[in-house]
Design a protein around this ligand. Structure first.
Ligand SMILES: Cc1cc2nc3c(=O)[nH]c(=O)nc-3n(C[C@H](O)[C@H](O)[C@H](O)COP(=O)(O)O)c2cc1C
Length: 187
């Protein structure tokens, strides 16, 4: 197995982080890997925001949980609360991927997913644990959306996409096993 395949096979979703920040050099390399992602017509309708500020991360998490608790369907909120009541798992740092709508609508989210996975794989390759965090969008679901857009300096016209949480795990997790039934070969 070459290094790329090894990194892909080693990536797992980390859901318990130590209080230890990756270095600035690592964070820069990881963000650059996100920027290296392909995008339709090279539109790059993304803005990567590296958030290292503990207070902002805590404030966002509290607001995300609060907004989620008010959703009519309580199942997800109850599931998260039963697993420790965390959206960000004490991650010291996250990269927020903000996104601007493209044409056709929704295409920008494909670009964003690819950039997020570049970030996750670059982090894994450097020994920085990570997890994609779609739930970061809940932080923007209530009345504090504009506050967080301002604090995170979203460019005009950009909305929340997803975040990738970064740091060092309390213990190494196990990647999920690939399911060979999900590949069909037509000969
Ligand atoms: C777009 C996307 C959003 C995700 N959002 C979350 C999230 O908000 N919280 C979380 O704990 N895991 C999240 N995950 C991680 C998935 O649950 C995880 O990838 C899946 O269970 C497979 O496990 P593995 O990544 O450890 O192989 C997300 C994954 C993707 C691709």
């Amino acid at each position: 197995m070459n290094e790329t395949l090894k990194t892909i096979s080693q990536r797992y979703s980390c859901r318990s982080f130590l209080d230890k920040m990756p270095s600035d050099a690592e964070l820069t390399a990881i963000a650059n890997a996100g920027l290296q992602a392909p995008s339709g017509m090279n539109r790059q309708h993304w803005q990567l925001i590296v958030v290292k500020n503990k207070d902002i991360i805590s404030e966002m998490e509290a607001e995300g949980l609060r907004a989620l608790s008010e959703f009519p369907d309580k199942a997800l909120y109850q599931r998260i609360m039963s697993r420790g009541g965390k959206l960000f798992y004490n991650a010291p740092c996250l990269i927020m991927l903000a996104v601007k709508e493209a044409f056709p609508k929704g295409a920008e989210l494909i670009d964003l997913g690819i950039a997020a996975q570049n970030i996750a794989l670059a982090a894994t390759s450097l020994g920085v644990d990570n997890v994609h965090c779609g739930f970061a969008a809940f932080c923007f679901a209530g009345g504090k959306a504009e506050t967080f857009k301002r604090k995170l300096r979203f460019p005009e016209g950009y909305e929340v996409g997803l975040a990738v949480l970064l740091g060092y795990g309390n213990e190494r997790g196990t990647p999920h096993a690939p399911n060979p039934k999900k590949v069909t070969v037509i000969e």
